[in-house]
Design a protein around this ligand. Structure first.
Ligand SMILES: [Zn+2]
Length: 285
C-alpha cells in the first residue's frame, strides 16, 4: 500500500520543520523548511539514545556511498525480525524519500516516531505492531538541495532532488534492481517481511481540496484473504478515520494534458489509477 500526499498535506501534517537536535527536546515547526538528511539522522539517533523501544540501524549503502538507515520502534526492546515474528508482532514498514524532493513523509515520520515514543496516549499502538521507518531512502538525492527541483509544489522552499547518485529514479528500479539502494531495500524487506508497506510521495502541483491521496496495491498481488481485508476493512477504515479527523483523502488520480478549468472534469482526469501496477514499487510522479 502506498500513501501519497499531495501538496496540501505538506501544510496539514508536516509543513515545515525546524530541527532541534538537542537531546530530549521535541521537534518544533517553523517556516517553510524540511530538515537536511544530517538533521533527520541526528534526530533519530537522539530518539534511539533516549528510548529503550527504539533503535537506529545502518542497513546498507546507497549509490553515493552514504549509509541508508532503518529506525525501528519496538515495544519491549526486541529488534530482531525473527524474534518479533515469533511473538506474533505485526510489522508496519514506511519508506521515505525515494524522491527526496517530496519530503512530507520524511517529516511526518519524524513526528510519528516522536508521538509513538513520547505520547502516553499513543504508546499502546506499538504493543502488537513494530514500526520500521526508512528515514531517507535516496540519501544521495537528499544531499543535493535546491529551490527549483519542484517548482509547482507548494513548499518546502529548499528540498532534495528526484534522482539518486547515478541519476536513477529509484521508484523505477524495484524490478531491475540496478542501484545499491534497491539492493539494500530488498534485502531488508526480505528480512522483515512487513505486513503493510507504505511508500510516501508528494504531487508536484495538484491543487484541490484533498490533503492526501491513497493508492493501494493491486489485489491480484495479494492472497485473496488479504485482498478482502484490504478492500473490506483496511481501506474503508482509513477513509473513516481521515473523515473523523476532517482531513480530506481521495484515491490517487492525476490530471492529463488540460487542467480541469480548461476542460471537462472527466476528460482532464486520469482517474483514480485504480491500483498500483507491478512496474515499480508504485507508479508515481
Ligand atoms: Zn514520488
Amino acid at each position: 500500500m502506498r500513501l501519497r500526499k499531495v501538496q496540501g498535506g505538506a501544510f496539514a501534517i508536516a509543513c515545515s520543520l525546524w530541527c532541534t537536535i538537542a537531546a530530549a527536546q521535541a521537534w518544533t515547526f517553523q517556516g517553510d523548511t524540511t530538515p537536511t538528511w544530517e538533521q533527520v539522522i541526528a534526530r533519530y539517533r537522539d530518539l534511539d539514545e533516549h528510548h529503550r523501544g527504539a533503535k537506529l540501524f545502518e542497513i546498507g549503502k546507497d549509490d553515493g556511498g552514504s549509509p541508508i538507515h532503518l529506525f525501528v520502534i519496538s515495544d519491549g526492546g526486541v529488534f530482531g525480525p525473527d524474534s518479533l515474528k515469533a511473538r506474533g508482532k505485526r510489522v508496519l514498514f514506511i519508506n521515505n524519500g525515494i524522491h527526496p524532493g517530496e519530503p512530507d513523509g520524511i517529516d511526518a515520520s519524524l513526528l510519528l516516531a516522536q508521538a509513538l515514543l513520547e505520547s502516553d496516549q499513543l504508546m499502546g499502538l506499538t504493543v502488537n505492531t513494530v514500526v520500521c521507518i526508512v528515514p531517507v531512502y535516496n540519501v544521495s538525492g537528499a544531499l543535493v538541495r535546491d529551490t527549483t527541483f519542484r517548482v509547482d509544489q507548494n513548499g518546502p522552499r529548499v528540498h532534495g532532488q528526484r534522482a539518486n547518485a547515478r541519476n536513477l529514479d529509484l521508484n523505477r528500479d524495484l524490478v531491475k534492481v540496478d542501484s545499491r539502494n534497491t539492493q539494500t531495500l530488498l534485502q531488508v524487506l526480505r528480512r522483515w517481511d512487513p505486513d503493510i508497506f507504505i511508500d510516501t510521495h508528494v504531487s508536484n502541483g495538484a491543487d484541490h481540496q484533498y490533503v492526501m491521496e491513497l493508492l493501494t496495491t493491486h489485489p491480484a498481488k495479494l492472497d485473496p484473504e488479504v485482498a478482502a481485508y484490504l478492500d473490506g476493512t483496511l481501506v474503508p477504515g482509513l477513509y473513516k478515520w481521515m473523515d473523523r479527523k476532517k482531513i480530506a483523502m481521495c484515491p490517487y488520480f492525476e490530471t492529463v494534458e488540460r487542467t480541469p478549468s480548461k476542460a471537462s472534469w472527466s476528460s482532464s482526469i486520469r482517474h483514480a489509477t485504480p491500483r498500483a501496477t507491478p512496474r515499480s514499487s508504485t507508479p508515481s510522479v
